[in-house]
Design a protein around this ligand. Structure first.
Ligand code: BGP
Length: 479
């Protein structure tokens, strides 16, 4: 039976705006994420158009990786990481997005980070844009709804590709690009801030702008991939999808059809474009029925054809059910909620835990595309308690990860070509959906709290030693 490859990329995942801090240091400009206040599971984050005194902005300091990167990468190395997923903050390189010359101090920071990774033979996996763009582009062009952003993004890619060509091999063009297909993704993923939007969960949504914005991201992504393939043959270019498996709640054919539709537009639409190089057949009817008219330049479709990705990556946290009956109990989830599944338990934040759904997803995705896959986010957001002796017993997290790794192993035995696994928030960081610190994912605890206080000291949780064993045994020892 097939086991994990010998060169399987075990590691962990992060994103600049959720862990770097130093939001205005060394020439960095404000990003969309920097304009978001804290929130909780029940109180939504707010988006402000200027930085308002008296409000708390969790990204501004976050866990200050900017000044702790040596210590943190040493801890990742101690666990045996083969790869480390991080994103580059666009605003460190181009503070407003529109400069013609990059900010040298920003470029230097990532040189330092990549050199530190190299020291331990850790292969960086870089997300080019992870839920932030220069806030100036939001102000001037309403984010990705403006076609101008394509050229700004391409210039940013040209700069970082050339600078890091010998240090980075694996690139992901946009984090969870399909988030833009939901109202929640308007600001988060596309930087669109419509008149009247105040909070993060209830944005003024204009679907036409979102789908136009997505088209611009598709073109930008394809241009980046094309550039990489032409100029840097060593590079491997990937996409990144928030994969949210949907199950029909019943065998009522209406539930089945609603599930199929949901899967198409939520999970397959963006990757069909990025992997197959064209808009899928079902998009036309969806656009028509929703009165969406995508404006394209004459060679856009050709660009999409020429810029297909080399590998497919995704985040996987939970699954939901789909039902046509509005009376069914609802549940929350990553980006999107759905109908509660009576066979599953949920995290404290209401995300339903479903390890077998990961095996199912891996088979579905691989069956559709047949290119190498990587799980670049997965994990349990939970509250941790520090014992008197300083230890943190996070067996709930170990159980979650163990069960998911077991199912990845099953999928590999099924024949799926899986390249690697980078659990989310390998070090505690700010939650994307709520802005909290209390929702922790890490193997490494960071003393930083929801009110912004804390020493920023790092400590190992029980899961730290556990994951180290998992990596050392290439996924064989999960006890
Ligand atoms: C994904 C994002 C991450 C991350 C993760 C966990 O959607 O790509 O940035 O934060 O979900 O979500 P949360 O932080 O809301 O718990």
């Amino acid at each position: 039976m097939q086991k994990f490859r010998n060169d399987f990329l075990w590691g962990g995942a992060t994103a600049a705006n959720q862990f770097e801090g130093a939001w205005n240091v060394d020439g960095k400009g404000p990003s969309d994420a920097d304009m978001c206040t804290n929130g909780t599971h029940t109180t939504p984050k707010k988006i402000t158009r200027t930085i308002e005194p008296g409000l708390f902005y969790p990204s501004h300091e976050a866990i200050d990786f900017y000044h702790h990167y040596k210590e943190d990468i040493a801890l990742f190395a101690e666990m045996g990481f083969k790869t480390f997923r991080l994103s580059i903050a666009w605003t460190r390189i181009f503070p407003t997005g529109m400069e013609t010359e990059p900010n040298e101090a920003g470029l230097q920071f990532y040189d330092n980070v990549f050199d530190e990774c190299r020291k331990y033979n850790i292969e960086p996996l870089v997300t080019i844009s992870h839920y932030e763009m220069p806030f100036e582009l939001t102000k001037k062009y309403n984010g990705w709804s403006g076609r101008e952003c394509i050229n700004f993004y391409v210039r940013y890619c040209e700069t970082i590709f050339e600078r890091y060509k010998n240090k980075v091999k694996y690139w992901l063009t946009f984090n969870e690009i399909n988030c833009g297909a939901t109202p929640f993704g308007g600001y988060l993923s596309l930087g669109i801030l419509n008149e009247g939007t105040v909070d993060f969960l209830h944005q003024e949504d204009i679907p036409q702008l979102r789908f136009q914005g997505l088209h611009h991201q598709f073109v930008a992504s394809a241009k980046a991939v094309k550039l990489a393939h032409q100029k840097y043959p060593r590079f491997k270019m990937g996409n990144m999808i928030a994969f949210m498996t949907m199950y029909p709640f019943t065998c009522n054919p209406d539930d089945i059809l609603a599930t199929q539709k949901g899967m198409q537009m939520m999970n397959w639409f963006c990757s069909d474009v990025q992997v197959r190089g064209e808009y899928p057949y079902y998009a036309e009817r969806y656009f028509e029925e929703n009165n969406l008219k995508i404006k394209m330049e004459p060679d856009d479709l050709e660009v999409l054809k020429d810029g297909t990705v080399d590998f497919y990556t995704f985040s996987y946290y939970m699954t939901n059910c789909v039902s046509v009956d509005p009376e069914n109990a609802q549940t929350s989830g990553n980006i999107m909620g759905g109908v509660k599944n009576p066979y599953l338990k949920a995290s404290d934040w209401g995300w339903q835990i479903d390890p077998k759904g990961l095996r199912y997803a891996l088979n579905e995705i691989y069956g559709r595309y047949g290119i190498p896959l990587m799980v670049v986010e997965n994990g349990l957001g939970a509250r941790d308690t520090i014992e008197e002796d300083g230890s943190i017993h996070d067996d709930y997290r170990i159980n979650y990860l163990r069960e998911h790794i077991e199912q990845m192993r099953e999928a590999v035995a099924d024949g799926v070509d899986l390249m690697g696994y980078t659990p989310w928030g390998c070090i505690d960081l700010v939650s994307a959906s709520t802005g909290e610190m209390a929702k922790r994912y890490g193997f490494i605890y960071v003393e930083k709290y929801d009110d912004g206080t804390g020493t920023l000291a790092r400590r190992k949780k029980d899961s730290f030693e556990w994951y180290k064993k998992v990596i050392a045994s290439n996924g064989e020892d999960l006890e």
